[in-house]
Design a protein around this ligand. Sequence first.
Ligand SMILES: [Zn+2]
Length: 313
Amino acid sequence: MGYKDYPGNEELKKLFKKLISNGVLPQSLILQGGKFSFKEKTGFEIAKALHCEKGDGDSCGECKQCRLMSGLKTEDEGEIKPSHPDFLYIEPEKDIIKIDTVRNIMEFIISRPMISKRKVVLIKDIDKMNTQAFNAFLKILEEPYSYVYYILTTERLNLLADTIRSRCQVFHLKNVNKKIIYEFYNNIPEKNIDYALVIGVSPEDVSEDEVEVYGNLKAVLSELLDSGSTRYLIKLKEAYDSIEKNRKKEFLKILIGLLKKYFMNIIYNPDEKQEEISIIRDKIFKIEEIEQDIFKNMNIDIIFTVLISDIIL
Ligand SMILES: [Zn+2]
Protein backbone atom coordinates (compact mmCIF):
# COMPACT_ATOMS: atom_id res chain seq x y z
CA MET A 1 0.00 0.00 0.00
CA GLY A 2 1.04 3.60 -0.44
CA TYR A 3 3.69 5.28 -2.54
CA LYS A 4 5.46 2.02 -3.26
CA ASP A 5 2.41 0.84 -5.24
CA TYR A 6 3.75 2.45 -8.41
CA PRO A 7 7.15 3.40 -9.85
CA GLY A 8 8.95 6.73 -10.23
CA ASN A 9 9.38 10.15 -8.60
CA GLU A 10 10.84 8.61 -5.45
CA GLU A 11 12.39 11.87 -4.16
CA LEU A 12 9.11 13.67 -4.49
CA LYS A 13 7.23 10.87 -2.74
CA LYS A 14 9.69 11.14 0.17
CA LEU A 15 9.08 14.88 0.27
CA PHE A 16 5.29 14.43 0.41
CA LYS A 17 5.66 11.87 3.18
CA LYS A 18 7.74 14.31 5.19
CA LEU A 19 5.48 17.31 4.58
CA ILE A 20 2.38 15.34 5.58
CA SER A 21 3.89 13.73 8.69
CA ASN A 22 5.14 17.14 9.84
CA GLY A 23 1.74 18.68 9.15
CA VAL A 24 3.15 21.24 6.74
CA LEU A 25 1.76 20.09 3.40
CA PRO A 26 0.43 23.13 1.48
CA GLN A 27 -3.36 23.09 1.48
CA SER A 28 -3.59 23.75 -2.25
CA LEU A 29 -1.19 21.97 -4.52
CA ILE A 30 -0.80 21.32 -8.21
CA LEU A 31 0.80 18.13 -9.47
CA GLN A 32 2.09 18.78 -12.95
CA GLY A 33 3.37 15.91 -15.03
CA GLY A 34 3.23 14.10 -18.36
CA LYS A 35 1.00 11.22 -19.33
CA PHE A 36 3.11 8.71 -17.51
CA SER A 37 4.12 10.52 -14.39
CA PHE A 38 1.39 8.87 -12.26
CA LYS A 39 0.26 12.29 -11.11
CA GLU A 40 -3.33 11.26 -10.32
CA LYS A 41 -2.11 8.19 -8.53
CA THR A 42 0.26 10.39 -6.50
CA GLY A 43 -2.59 12.77 -5.73
CA PHE A 44 -4.69 9.85 -4.57
CA GLU A 45 -1.88 8.53 -2.36
CA ILE A 46 -1.45 11.98 -0.80
CA ALA A 47 -5.19 12.05 -0.08
CA LYS A 48 -4.95 8.62 1.53
CA ALA A 49 -1.95 9.67 3.61
CA LEU A 50 -3.78 12.80 4.78
CA HIS A 51 -6.60 10.63 6.11
CA CYS A 52 -4.55 7.69 7.48
CA GLU A 53 -4.74 7.30 11.26
CA LYS A 54 -1.10 6.28 11.50
CA GLY A 55 -0.08 9.78 10.44
CA ASP A 56 3.41 8.98 9.17
CA GLY A 57 2.84 10.63 5.78
CA ASP A 58 2.09 7.42 3.88
CA SER A 59 -1.03 5.26 4.01
CA CYS A 60 -0.93 2.13 6.17
CA GLY A 61 -3.68 0.37 4.23
CA GLU A 62 -5.14 -1.12 7.39
CA CYS A 63 -6.86 1.55 9.44
CA LYS A 64 -10.51 2.43 8.94
CA GLN A 65 -9.61 5.56 6.98
CA CYS A 66 -7.34 3.66 4.60
CA ARG A 67 -9.90 0.95 4.05
CA LEU A 68 -12.55 3.49 3.12
CA MET A 69 -10.05 5.19 0.81
CA SER A 70 -8.90 2.00 -0.86
CA GLY A 71 -12.06 2.11 -2.90
CA LEU A 72 -13.96 -0.29 -5.04
CA LYS A 73 -13.47 -1.05 -8.66
CA THR A 74 -16.80 -0.54 -10.37
CA GLU A 75 -17.60 -3.38 -12.74
CA ASP A 76 -18.41 -1.36 -15.81
CA GLU A 77 -15.73 1.29 -15.59
CA GLY A 78 -12.91 -0.31 -13.68
CA GLU A 79 -12.38 3.00 -11.94
CA ILE A 80 -11.41 3.60 -8.38
CA LYS A 81 -14.36 4.93 -6.44
CA PRO A 82 -13.38 5.46 -2.84
CA SER A 83 -16.26 5.54 -0.43
CA HIS A 84 -14.67 7.87 2.13
CA PRO A 85 -17.12 10.62 3.10
CA ASP A 86 -14.32 13.19 3.47
CA PHE A 87 -12.83 12.62 0.04
CA LEU A 88 -14.10 14.07 -3.22
CA TYR A 89 -12.70 13.06 -6.58
CA ILE A 90 -13.47 15.21 -9.61
CA GLU A 91 -12.63 14.44 -13.21
CA PRO A 92 -13.71 16.11 -16.45
CA GLU A 93 -16.93 14.91 -18.02
CA LYS A 94 -16.66 14.87 -21.79
CA ASP A 95 -13.39 16.73 -21.32
CA ILE A 96 -14.90 19.66 -19.44
CA ILE A 97 -15.31 20.54 -15.79
CA LYS A 98 -18.39 22.72 -15.47
CA ILE A 99 -19.81 25.07 -12.86
CA ASP A 100 -22.19 22.39 -11.52
CA THR A 101 -19.21 20.31 -10.51
CA VAL A 102 -17.68 23.29 -8.73
CA ARG A 103 -21.00 23.72 -6.89
CA ASN A 104 -20.62 20.12 -5.71
CA ILE A 105 -17.21 21.05 -4.35
CA MET A 106 -18.74 24.00 -2.47
CA GLU A 107 -21.34 21.73 -0.94
CA PHE A 108 -18.71 19.21 0.02
CA ILE A 109 -16.37 21.62 1.78
CA ILE A 110 -18.91 23.65 3.71
CA SER A 111 -19.41 21.12 6.51
CA ARG A 112 -16.62 19.90 8.77
CA PRO A 113 -15.04 16.47 8.19
CA MET A 114 -17.27 13.57 9.18
CA ILE A 115 -14.83 10.86 10.21
CA SER A 116 -11.37 12.25 9.44
CA LYS A 117 -9.49 15.33 10.62
CA ARG A 118 -9.49 16.72 7.10
CA LYS A 119 -11.35 16.85 3.85
CA VAL A 120 -9.55 16.28 0.58
CA VAL A 121 -10.61 17.30 -2.93
CA LEU A 122 -8.66 15.73 -5.80
CA ILE A 123 -9.30 17.28 -9.21
CA LYS A 124 -7.98 15.57 -12.32
CA ASP A 125 -7.03 17.85 -15.21
CA ILE A 126 -7.84 21.17 -13.55
CA ASP A 127 -7.07 22.87 -16.90
CA LYS A 128 -10.31 21.42 -18.29
CA MET A 129 -12.42 23.78 -16.18
CA ASN A 130 -14.33 26.21 -18.34
CA THR A 131 -14.17 29.93 -17.52
CA GLN A 132 -17.30 29.97 -15.41
CA ALA A 133 -16.15 26.99 -13.35
CA PHE A 134 -12.66 28.48 -13.08
CA ASN A 135 -13.93 31.74 -11.61
CA ALA A 136 -16.12 29.95 -9.10
CA PHE A 137 -13.27 27.67 -8.11
CA LEU A 138 -10.95 30.63 -7.70
CA LYS A 139 -13.34 32.05 -5.08
CA ILE A 140 -13.14 28.75 -3.20
CA LEU A 141 -9.35 28.92 -3.17
CA GLU A 142 -9.44 32.54 -2.02
CA GLU A 143 -11.41 31.69 1.10
CA PRO A 144 -9.89 28.42 2.28
CA TYR A 145 -11.26 26.33 5.12
CA SER A 146 -8.60 25.18 7.57
CA TYR A 147 -9.60 21.53 7.18
CA VAL A 148 -9.76 21.28 3.36
CA TYR A 149 -6.90 20.20 1.08
CA TYR A 150 -6.99 20.64 -2.70
CA ILE A 151 -4.87 18.46 -4.95
CA LEU A 152 -5.05 19.51 -8.59
CA THR A 153 -3.42 17.72 -11.48
CA THR A 154 -2.54 18.99 -14.92
CA GLU A 155 -0.34 18.04 -17.82
CA ARG A 156 0.13 21.61 -18.98
CA LEU A 157 0.70 24.33 -16.46
CA ASN A 158 0.57 27.03 -19.14
CA LEU A 159 -3.14 26.36 -19.63
CA LEU A 160 -3.85 27.49 -16.09
CA ALA A 161 -4.63 31.09 -15.19
CA ASP A 162 -1.97 32.77 -13.04
CA THR A 163 -4.64 33.50 -10.45
CA ILE A 164 -5.01 29.77 -9.77
CA ARG A 165 -1.31 29.00 -10.04
CA SER A 166 -0.32 31.71 -7.59
CA ARG A 167 -2.61 30.23 -4.94
CA CYS A 168 -1.13 26.77 -5.15
CA GLN A 169 2.25 25.22 -4.65
CA VAL A 170 3.35 23.51 -7.85
CA PHE A 171 5.18 20.17 -7.88
CA HIS A 172 6.63 18.77 -11.11
CA LEU A 173 6.52 15.01 -11.64
CA LYS A 174 8.76 13.32 -14.15
CA ASN A 175 7.53 10.77 -16.63
CA VAL A 176 8.57 7.28 -15.64
CA ASN A 177 10.92 5.40 -17.96
CA LYS A 178 9.12 2.81 -20.07
CA LYS A 179 11.54 0.02 -19.16
CA ILE A 180 10.86 0.58 -15.47
CA ILE A 181 7.14 0.55 -16.14
CA TYR A 182 7.37 -2.76 -18.03
CA GLU A 183 9.32 -4.27 -15.15
CA PHE A 184 6.94 -2.90 -12.59
CA TYR A 185 3.82 -4.20 -14.32
CA ASN A 186 5.38 -7.50 -15.31
CA ASN A 187 2.05 -9.33 -15.07
CA ILE A 188 0.38 -7.04 -17.64
CA PRO A 189 0.91 -7.61 -21.41
CA GLU A 190 3.27 -5.08 -23.00
CA LYS A 191 0.66 -4.11 -25.61
CA ASN A 192 -1.69 -3.02 -22.82
CA ILE A 193 1.08 -0.98 -21.23
CA ASP A 194 1.94 0.60 -24.61
CA TYR A 195 -1.64 1.62 -25.02
CA ALA A 196 -1.78 3.05 -21.49
CA LEU A 197 1.39 5.02 -22.24
CA VAL A 198 -0.12 6.62 -25.30
CA ILE A 199 -3.47 7.39 -23.69
CA GLY A 200 -2.25 8.25 -20.22
CA VAL A 201 -4.23 5.82 -18.10
CA SER A 202 -3.15 3.22 -15.60
CA PRO A 203 -2.14 -0.09 -17.30
CA GLU A 204 -4.42 -1.94 -14.88
CA ASP A 205 -7.47 -0.11 -16.22
CA VAL A 206 -7.00 -0.94 -19.89
CA SER A 207 -9.63 -3.13 -21.57
CA GLU A 208 -8.88 -5.68 -24.29
CA ASP A 209 -11.32 -3.87 -26.56
CA GLU A 210 -9.36 -0.65 -26.42
CA VAL A 211 -6.07 -2.45 -26.98
CA GLU A 212 -7.47 -4.06 -30.10
CA VAL A 213 -8.56 -0.72 -31.59
CA TYR A 214 -5.16 0.67 -30.68
CA GLY A 215 -3.29 -2.28 -32.23
CA ASN A 216 -5.15 -2.00 -35.55
CA LEU A 217 -4.77 1.74 -35.70
CA LYS A 218 -1.06 1.56 -34.90
CA ALA A 219 -0.46 -0.94 -37.71
CA VAL A 220 -2.40 1.05 -40.31
CA LEU A 221 -0.85 4.33 -39.27
CA SER A 222 2.73 3.14 -39.36
CA GLU A 223 2.21 1.67 -42.86
CA LEU A 224 0.62 4.92 -43.94
CA LEU A 225 3.31 7.21 -42.55
CA ASP A 226 6.17 5.08 -43.83
CA SER A 227 4.79 4.36 -47.29
CA GLY A 228 2.56 7.40 -47.90
CA SER A 229 0.34 5.04 -49.88
CA THR A 230 -3.29 6.11 -50.27
CA ARG A 231 -4.30 2.50 -49.78
CA TYR A 232 -3.54 2.90 -46.09
CA LEU A 233 -5.21 6.27 -45.98
CA ILE A 234 -8.42 4.57 -47.08
CA LYS A 235 -7.88 1.94 -44.39
CA LEU A 236 -7.44 4.64 -41.77
CA LYS A 237 -10.64 6.33 -42.91
CA GLU A 238 -12.43 2.96 -42.78
CA ALA A 239 -11.16 2.36 -39.27
CA TYR A 240 -12.45 5.77 -38.21
CA ASP A 241 -15.84 5.22 -39.83
CA SER A 242 -16.27 1.80 -38.23
CA ILE A 243 -15.95 3.24 -34.70
CA GLU A 244 -19.20 3.96 -32.88
CA LYS A 245 -20.05 7.63 -32.64
CA ASN A 246 -19.53 7.93 -28.90
CA ARG A 247 -16.08 6.37 -29.15
CA LYS A 248 -14.73 8.49 -31.98
CA LYS A 249 -13.21 10.99 -29.61
CA GLU A 250 -11.27 8.24 -27.87
CA PHE A 251 -10.13 7.04 -31.31
CA LEU A 252 -8.86 10.52 -32.16
CA LYS A 253 -6.98 10.74 -28.89
CA ILE A 254 -5.26 7.47 -29.70
CA LEU A 255 -4.47 8.68 -33.20
CA ILE A 256 -3.01 11.92 -31.86
CA GLY A 257 -0.98 10.05 -29.24
CA LEU A 258 0.44 7.76 -31.93
CA LEU A 259 1.22 10.63 -34.31
CA LYS A 260 3.07 12.53 -31.62
CA LYS A 261 5.05 9.46 -30.71
CA TYR A 262 5.93 8.83 -34.36
CA PHE A 263 7.18 12.39 -34.95
CA MET A 264 9.01 12.58 -31.64
CA ASN A 265 10.96 9.46 -32.63
CA ILE A 266 12.09 11.25 -35.80
CA ILE A 267 13.25 14.26 -33.82
CA TYR A 268 15.26 12.09 -31.46
CA ASN A 269 16.95 10.28 -34.33
CA PRO A 270 20.54 11.61 -34.35
CA ASP A 271 20.91 11.07 -38.13
CA GLU A 272 17.97 13.25 -39.04
CA LYS A 273 18.68 16.44 -41.02
CA GLN A 274 18.13 19.82 -39.39
CA GLU A 275 15.62 21.07 -42.00
CA GLU A 276 13.62 17.91 -41.62
CA ILE A 277 13.55 18.36 -37.85
CA SER A 278 12.12 21.87 -38.06
CA ILE A 279 9.32 20.64 -40.34
CA ILE A 280 8.54 17.85 -37.88
CA ARG A 281 8.59 20.29 -34.98
CA ASP A 282 5.97 22.41 -36.75
CA LYS A 283 3.88 19.30 -37.22
CA ILE A 284 4.07 18.50 -33.51
CA PHE A 285 2.96 22.05 -32.63
CA LYS A 286 0.11 21.70 -35.05
CA ILE A 287 -0.89 18.34 -33.54
CA GLU A 288 -0.95 19.96 -30.10
CA GLU A 289 -3.22 22.69 -31.40
CA ILE A 290 -5.55 20.10 -32.86
CA GLU A 291 -5.47 18.27 -29.53
CA GLN A 292 -6.76 21.42 -27.84
CA ASP A 293 -9.63 21.50 -30.34
CA ILE A 294 -10.75 18.13 -29.01
CA PHE A 295 -10.85 19.55 -25.50
CA LYS A 296 -12.83 22.51 -26.78
CA ASN A 297 -15.40 20.02 -28.06
CA MET A 298 -15.06 20.96 -31.70
CA ASN A 299 -16.67 18.73 -34.32
CA ILE A 300 -14.83 15.40 -34.25
CA ASP A 301 -15.23 14.70 -37.98
CA ILE A 302 -13.67 18.04 -38.84
CA ILE A 303 -10.77 17.42 -36.48
CA PHE A 304 -10.17 14.04 -38.12
CA THR A 305 -10.15 15.65 -41.58
CA VAL A 306 -7.72 18.34 -40.44
CA LEU A 307 -5.43 15.70 -38.97
CA ILE A 308 -5.35 13.88 -42.29
CA SER A 309 -4.85 16.94 -44.48
CA ASP A 310 -2.44 18.94 -42.31
CA ILE A 311 -0.43 16.28 -40.55
CA ILE A 312 -0.51 12.97 -42.35
CA LEU A 313 -0.52 14.03 -46.00
ZN1 LIG B 1 -4.12 4.02 7.46
